[in-house]
Design a protein around this ligand. Sequence first.
Ligand code: PBG
Length: 326
Amino acid sequence: MAFPQQRLRRTRRTPGLRALVRETGLSPEGFVYPIFVAAGEDVRRPVDSMPGVYQLSINNAVGEAKRVRALGVPAVLLFGIPDHKDETASGAYDPEGIVQLAVRAIKDAVPELIVITDVCLCEYTSHGHCGVVEGETGEVMNDVTLELLARTAASHAEAGADIVAPSDMMDGRIAAIRSELDREGFENTPIMAYSAKYASAFYGPFREAAESAPRFGDRRSYQMDPANAREALREVRLDIEENADIVMVKPALPYLDIIHRVRQETDLPLAAYNVSGEYAMIKAAARQGWLDERSVVLEALTSIRRAGADIIISYFAPQVAEWLAE
Ligand code: PBG
C-alpha cells in the first residue's frame, strides 16, 4: 500500500523522531587528526591553503596532541617535515628523525592518545617522489624502495608508534613491512594500509603543508587512476592478503563509491581520508560566506560514514569534536 497509507514524513516530524530513526551518526571516537611536525624550535607556521592548519615543532605538536585528546579525538596521524632531504630519504628511517622524536615526545606526554605514523619517503627525498628514483630513467624503483619503507616503519614502531600507515603505493609493501615489524619484535603493531590511494589533485594543499611536491613528473606510475574502481578492489584484496589490519580509501568525498564498494568487499576496519583539498574547498567557500561551514562539514563527514567508513581521517576532527560536544 502506498500513499496515502504510507507517509515517510511521519517519522520526520520532530527532532526526537528523526533521531530515533537515524541510521548513521558522527562521534569523535572514529576520528584521526593529521599533524605536520617540522624540525626547529617553537615553530608554528600557518599553511596558507589550509586555514587552521600549521607546521608545528615538536613542543607545539605535543601541545596540539594534548588539546585534541582533551576534545575526545582518540588518534593523531603524524607527518614529518625534516630539515634534510636526500636521494635515499635517510631522514625517514633515522632513529632520531623528526617523526621518531615526535612520536616519543607525544607518547610521553599523552600516552593514551593513539599515535599513527604515515610511512612514506616523499617528504624525505630530494626529488619528492615516494620511492628511490633510478637516475637515468627517473623511474621510481619498487623493490629497492620496499626495504627503506620497511626500515622506516620499524623505526616508527621502535619509537612507540601505535599504528603504522604506509601511503607510498609500492607493490608488496604491506608484506615487506609486516615481516620487518615481526622480525624486529613488533608483531603487535597494526598496519593501516592506504590501499586505494588515487593520484589526486586534491592533495595539492598537503604538498604545500608537507613540502613534498615531486620535483619532476607526477605520481601516476604508483598511485591509482581516478577512472578505476575495480582496480581499487584488487588493491584492497592484495593488502588484506599481505595482512593489513585496517584498509583505507583516499581521497574520501570524490570516492564515496569506492568506500561503499570496499565496505562490501571486506570485514576489516575501513578508514577514509578526507584530504587537504576537501578541507581547503570548504574553508575557502565558508570564508567567502558562500557555504555555512559547520553544516557543510557535518554533512560531508556524515556522508563518508554513510558510505561505510569506520575511521575518518580529517583536518576538521578537533573542530567537529567541539561541535559534537555542544
Ligand atoms: C604521502 C601522502 C600524501 C598525502 C598523505 N600522505 C601526499 C601525496 O601522496 O602526494 C595526502 C594527504 C592530504 O592531501 O591531505 N605520500
